[in-house]
Ligand binder design. Structure first.
Ligand SMILES: NC(=O)c1ccc[n+]([C@@H]2O[C@H](COP(=O)([O-])OP(=O)(O)OC[C@H]3O[C@@H](n4cnc5c(N)ncnc54)[C@H](O)[C@@H]3O)[C@@H](O)[C@H]2O)c1
Length: 325
């Protein structure tokens, strides 16, 4: 029941995306490519590749939301540089949560490669500006430019405000704030070189309100919106849009970890869903999947969003309707 409802919702979103983008003129000379409709199959409603010939630079791409974005972008014709730390020994694991390892990264690369566009695998830490600059230079050299930047890599340590330590704060702020800045700083020269582009930052419902037990994460995600607005103001003159996505609870290792469950007083994924659904207008739609967030990123990266900058799109089952703005 839940699956069929979700399939209907996904089908509708794809149809809407195809129709909207089909009606817009492309930002640059790249043309949307129509695929042959397949009668009597769900493919018959998805008719366009939206990112043909573009190059996307995606951080935190070894799993979860970043991986889903890399895959959807490749499916839409983009060449993709996938960046990830892919080494849990380089960042503290906490309460059942670790960053990706190389096996996760290799599996993600293999999946994205199946779509036939060029895929670059770059192991790099977003906390390290020099490493990000070298990742951007390599992407430019090997994929022929950078058009779309997805600053998605994220990290969390769960603790109460009072129990937070300088180390908790350093790790979370370093990845979620400095990492987003480093990603932008490393790639902006290449976006300018292309005559424009897109920066999409991964914020959170935690960018919009306080969430007890989320430690420094909430502060770090509020900062992502501040950076998004400031960069949008300054980069518009280069034809670069800067926007953010604020996902709700997404079905990924970050959300399903023991720390996240403990912070909200539950112990199973089913209890988590029940809790979220109870406070969400679209609570019957089931958990948000990484692929749902990827569709929002695809919209912001596509020609359909060429006049949108400094904005944040909530993908949160409507939970965001509780916010004041
Ligand atoms: N899952 C959710 O419910 C949710 C909700 C709102 C926002 N978000 C945000 O979405 C983004 C993706 O989260 P996810 O749920 O897919 O999490 P995830 O833990 O599944 O994936 C995060 C990825 O980022 C990588 N990463 C972490 N630190 C890095 C670093 N220093 N350098 C390079 N890569 C690094 C990890 O290895 C991992 O592959 C994050 O910014 C997260 O804060 C997630």
């Amino acid at each position: 029941m839940m699956n069929s409802r979700r399939n209907m919702i996904k089908g509708a979103a794809m149809t809407a995306t195809g129709v909207v983008v089909g009606a817009m003129s492309p930002l640059k000379s790249q043309e949307a490519v129509a695929q042959q409709p397949t009668p009597h199959s769900s493919e018959s409603v998805s008719t366009h590749q939206l990112l043909v010939g573009r190059v996307a630079f995606v951080t935190g791409a070894a799993r979860g939301i970043g991986r889903a974005i890399a895959e959807l972008f490749a499916e839409n014709g983009a060449n993709v540089a996938m960046i990830d730390i892919a080494d849990p020994s380089r960042l503290n694991s906490t309460q059942g949560y670790r960053v990706s390892n190389m096996a996760d990264f290799d599996a993600a690369i293999a999946t994205v490669q199946q779509h036939g566009t060029k895929v670059l695998k770059i192991q790099a830490d977003v906390r390290d500006l020099a490493a990000m600059q070298s990742a951007a230079e390599r992407t430019n050299r090997e994929l022929g430019g950078i058009d779309i930047v997805i600053a998605n890599a994220g990290y969390v340590a769960w603790h109460s405000f009072e129990d937070g330590t300088p180390e908790h704060w350093r790790n979370v702020i370093d990845v979620n704030v400095h990492g987003v800045f480093n990603t932008a700083k490393a790639t902006i020269p290449f976006l300018k070189q292309q005559g424009g582009g897109r920066i999409i930052n991964m914020a959170s419902v935690g960018s919009r309100a306080g969430f007890a037990g989320n430690g420094a994460y909430t502060s770090s995600k509020w900062a992502v919106l501040g950076m998004t607005k400031q960069a949008a103001l300054e980069l518009g003159k280069y034809n670069i849009t800067v926007n953010a996505i604020a996902p709700g609870a997404v079905n990924t290792p970050m959300y399903r970890s023991e720390g996240q469950m403990r912070s909200t007083g539950v112990s199973t994924a089913a209890e988590q869903d029940e809790q979220v659904n109870a406070v969400s207008p679209l609570g019957n739609a089931g958990a948000i999947e990484p692929e749902d967030v990827a569709q929002t990123a695809l919209f912001l990266a596509s020609d359909a969003a060429k006049t949108i900058s400094g904005a944040t799109i909530d993908n949160a089952l409507g939970f965001n309707a509780n916010y004041t703005a």
